[in-house]
Design a protein. Structure first.
Length: 729
């Protein structure tokens, strides 16, 4: 029976977002399979494509049928289950199937655009133990003497040790004294191999493990592991993964921040040895390439990584763990397929009958609601390990501090605590979720705020380079000497960022050693790990940072956490602002008191009565959930109804007109007018010189079928569909 290949072409355009059929040449025999990369003729070009189906039914005219030109790989590198997953992603998120399939490929692995490959190197092997060499062949003699001791060496190492050249090696090869061959080297990712003795499980941990094991043998529902900070969720993961490995299957462990991967990797490598790999964007392309292929070839049992590691090519997947499952970094915010890692992980495991664990001290409301409804299995850890108490949390009203004459960024309570810390070897974490030195610059004479020329946002002053930065388009400009509007010289910096916190701390507490962890200090490769390593070794006493310092870090000597501007996110025009505030405060509070000493947390707020702050003070997730879920139910927000954001960006008039046409189309399709909000300017109305208008839709499920038929918009207007958006700015 003749088969035809259904191919998705490597072109990111809606017009070709469909399957094209090609003849399979007889010379290919039965080699071609679903998941293969192929070279195909497409118009006047030869391009890469991905085989997603094999069919005996011819769907195009015989005369128009073209043939596959070449198999690009010996084996299909996209697993069949990942092809299915890509199709589901395209249908669910209303994007391009070619883009979904590219998530499944090795890094930088596109035909004609390869930026990295296997690292090959030459090595030398000694063939004659005691060769007869000319008396003046001193360089050759040095080479032979080195190989007599080591028998085989990389050519580059041998040349260096013998202080010679490659020509000398070629001469020895021609004489038959040595042989030169090639080998493939792995670009190894280094990590600290810290001993991790396996502790005895608490009763709650045992119950959680049993619940997960029971679910994996039964309904295979996702398990929501809701455990207070420091309750030992990672130990539960380790025990379940050990069972998965004993069954001959593999596990993927996802963390929300690259900063967490070294710590997580160390823990898992200590338990499972070298059969652990790591995948995240902080590695070089070559390192990611090698780690990807190690996983594909089945050389690892556990893959640790950030969001994109959910697509790791594990051939026999048994488990996916999403640690800190509530984090917004699990949402893909670019491209046509804006997936949520949680949903992708659940679907992937469903396709291969694997298990999912979602772990958090502050689960997303949607996840906890699913658990209460029975769609997820709920397992809970209510106590810290070794019965350690949760830290004491004090909320300081900064309005009263101002009334009492305190103009400092630090409350009296936090100053006192930092002063006491200086007399000990204990450590502290200070959180301010705003980087830079000053949040904005204002003219005190005319009131002008210096804004980005490309975006509708104020510029942030960074003292490190004495320039104004836009955190959206990365525009930078010198700090002006006078106001660009009225020429006044009375420019004043307002607001506080982590840079300024670090400077003031160093001035007020010179006896404390301080480091900063934010996007500015971690730009260079390995900077995350280096900063955290210094802190873990006690070389630094105070770690200042943005939300990076709040996520999953485990330092037993931290006894103090200070939070500046706790209500910063409460004023954002976003339905999840209260939830994010509660989660951030609870998570950063959980960094304190994880060792033998009790911890304390000082939260500074201008709105201390807000229920999100009060619930965080009491470590009371259920209180927050009950309050917030009531608002969501009343307003018809997730988890009760779905939200979809349609964002149009481009020239001002065309963008506004295009958004209006989309609304008119939705009404013609019968979408209820009361469930269409907008079009209206986005909260940030311009980014990178493009104006932004948005439409929000409420529905009882993602309206994917209607959205797939959206009309094209004239002019240079980009339309982005975001199903279940996490951010509305």
């Amino acid at each position: 029976m003749e088969l035809y290949a259904g191919v998705i072409v490597d072109v990111r355009a809606e017009a070709v977002n469909r399957i094209f059929q090609y003849r399979i040449p007889p010379s290919f025999g039965e080699k071609i399979k679903i998941g293969h990369r192929v070279l195909i003729p497409f118009g006047r070009r030869r391009i890469e494509g991905y085989v997603v189906e094999l069919s005996s039914q011819l769907q195009v005219e015989e005369g128009k049928l073209k043939s596959v030109l070449q198999l690009l790989d010996p084996e299909p590198i996209i697993l069949p289950s990942l092809v299915e997953l890509a199709v589901w992603m395209e249908q669910t998120y209303v994007g391009l199937l070619s883009e979904a399939l590219q998530y499944m490929l090795p890094p930088a692995f596109r035909f004609g655009k390869e930026r990295v490959g296997a690292k090959t190197a030459q090595f030398a092997t000694l063939l004659v133990r005691s060769p007869q060499l000319r008396k003046n062949a001193t360089a050759q003699r040095r080479v032979v003497e080195i190989l007599q001791k080591e028998s085989q060496l990389l050519a580059t190492d041998l040349i260096s040790k013998a202080r010679t050249s490659y020509q000398v090696l070629r001469s020895l090869e021609e004489q038959g004294i040595i042989a030169l061959g090639t080998t493939t080297l792995e670009r190894k990712v280094e990590w600290d191999r810290i001993p991790d003795p396996k502790p005895s499980l608490t009763r709650e941990q045992e119950d959680a493990v049993e619940a997960i094991q029971g679910e994996s043998k039964g309904l295979k529902r996702p398990v929501l592991l809701h455990g207070v900070t420091g309750s030992g969720k990672t130990e539960v993961y380790l025990n379940v993964i050990a069972d998965v490995i004993r069954e001959g299957r593999q596990a993927i462990v996802l963390v929300p921040e690259i900063a967490l991967t070294p710590q997580t990797l160390n823990r898992f490598a200590a338990r499972f040895g070298d059969r652990v790999s790591v995948l995240h964007s902080g590695l070089s392309l070559g390192e990611r390439f090698d780690q990807w292929w190690k996983t594909y070839h089945g050389e690892v049992d556990v893959v640790v990584g950030a969001r994109s590691a959910v697509f790791a090519p594990t051939q026999n997947l048994g488990l996916i763990v999403l640690d800190e499952e509530h984090e917004g970094t699990y949402k893909q915010e670019e491209g046509s397929i804006r997936y949520h890692t949680r949903d992708v992980a659940i679907k992937r495991c469903e396709l291969v009958e694997a298990q999912v664990i979602l772990g958090s001290a502050t689960p997303a409301l949607e996840s906890y609601h699913q658990a209460l409804q029975g769609s997820f299995r709920l397992a809970e850890l209510t106590k810290r390990v070794e019965a350690r108490p949760l830290p004491t949390v004090r909320v300081v009203d900064m309005r009263k501090q101002f009334e009492q004459g305190n103009r400092s960024m630090f409350s009296t309570e936090l100053k006192t605590a930092l002063g006491e810390l200086a007399q000990t070897n204990d450590q502290a974490i200070i959180l301010l979720n705003r980087r830079g030195f000053s949040r904005f610059v204002l003219c005190r004479e005319c009131g002008e705020v210096l804004e980005c020329p490309n975006c509708q946002v104020s510029l942030t002053y960074h003292q490190g380079d004495s320039r104004l930065h836009c955190h959206y388009c990365l525009h930078r400009e010198p700090m002006p000497k006078s106001c660009p509007k009225c020429a006044s010289r009375f420019l004043r910096q307002f607001g506080v960022g982590t840079e300024q916190v670090e400077e003031v701390l160093a001035k007020d507490f010179p006896e404390l050693t301080i480091l900063r962890l934010d996007a500015d200090t971690t730009r260079r490769k390995g900077a995350h790990a280096a900063i955290l390593r210094q802190f873990a070794r006690g070389q630094v006493q105070v770690l200042v940072g943005t939300q990076m310092v709040a996520k999953g870090l485990d330092f037993p000597n931290v006894t103090l956490v200070g939070v500046l501007s706790a209500d910063l996110a409460l004023n954002f025009p976003d339905i999840r602002s209260s939830e994010r505030t509660f989660q951030l405060l609870t998570q950063v509070a959980g960094r304190s008191g994880r060792g033998e000493k009790e911890g304390q947390v000082i939260i500074q707020s201008y709105d201390p009565s807000h229920f999100a702050i009060a619930a965080a003070q009491n470590h009371d997730y259920l209180d927050f959930y009950r309050r917030e879920i009531g608002f969501r139910r009343q307003l018809g927000y997730p988890p009760f109804r779905s939200l979809t954001r349609i964002l149009c960006s481009g020239p001002q008039r065309e963008t506004e007109d295009g958004a209006g046409r989309i609304r008119a189309f939705l009404l013609r399709q019968g979408f209820p007018a009361g469930d269409i909000f907008g079009p209206a300017p986005a909260p940030i109305g311009r980014i990178q010189g493009r104006f932004r208008w948005q439409i929000l839709l409420k529905s009882d499920g993602p309206p994917s079928d209607i959205l797939r038929g959206l009309p094209s918009v004239e002019g240079d207007v980009q339309v982005t569909i975001d199903i279940d958006p996490l951010f509305m700015l």
